[in-house]
Design a protein around this ligand. Sequence first.
Ligand code: SF4
Length: 382
Amino acid sequence: MARLVGGVDEAGRGPWAGPVVAACVIIPNNVHFPLLKESKSVSQHAREKLYEEIKSKTIWGIGMASNKEIDEANIVRATEMAIRRAIENMPQKPDFLLIDGKDKFSLPIKYKTIIKGDKKIAAIAAASILAKVWRDRLMILFSDMYPQYGFEKHKAYGTRLHEKMLTKFGVSPIHRLSFKPVFFAKKNEDNILLHVCCAPCATSVVEKLKEKFNEITLFFYNPNIHPKKEYERRLDEARKLAEKWKSKLIEGKYDIRKWFKMTYIYKHEPEKGKRCTLCYAMRMLEAAKLARELHLPHFTTTLTVSPLKDEKRIFHIGKILSEKFGVKFLEEDFKKKNGFKRSVEISKKLNIYRQNYCGCIYSLMERKHGYCKGALKERSLF
Ligand code: SF4
């Protein structure tokens, strides 16, 4: 009697979510697939056609191991489980297996592994088609349950879109926690990046955020502050506070040239004018970028503590950045519920230096003279 040789391949070892799927296929001697190639070398349309054809003309079985099993064992052992299940699901068992790759498995049937077997052996190529189409279809079903991740597009592979959605929405029940990006997303789920405009404003904000978040990473990015000495003084106060709270403080670049270049056209504007919108946006943009880089799902800013800041504009900027970078902006007006008053109280108690002007040279002039020189010139025209 002729030996029944089953080709084995799997799909979904690399993705961050969903199961790993294995297929085993025995191609009868009288059956030929002239267009058969391994799953990645054919178009989706051709793959779908081949899938139906293979299922109707061969002896086959499909098995899978869940994301939980992958986390508990590891991906190689989970693949082994999926292969065993694929064989169990076959109406007729093979006598020998040819398996794609080079991993060692403990299986009830003797086997040989073949590197790039899916390109060399028809039965392995057929198994690769079954496993891939079956898994892709499953991921499309999962995308109905978890529409926020875009599984129907990337099938849970590590694309930019998947990374962005993972940061934004956290992990789902089908994510593989043992995979690095998922592990970090889970770890950071209750963490937030806080843009700190100055230490006094950070005091009451951190007090509030501690009610909701596990870890607060502080980000001091304020190239608007003039002169440099003043910048250093405010940064020093933020450092002291971070040390006191045992919080991580990230210091942004003192990019004053960039700030001047950006806001120059609005130098005549009074505080709360158009220049301030650009100034908020520039600082919040860096915070959103950094939150994404650090896989922190939330970000916000201390800017709303000040009664002189326009929270509606800050929220609007936060919303745009949240869309762009896939990190949630915590929309909170921190001056509310006595937030500003509380910041004054805590700052006094901790003996924190509180500045008497917002930060930029124009606000300094406004504070000193009641207006900035540029604004005076402008006003004298009327
Ligand atoms: S007044 Fe304050 S918010 Fe407005 S531009 Fe100057 S530093 Fe920025």
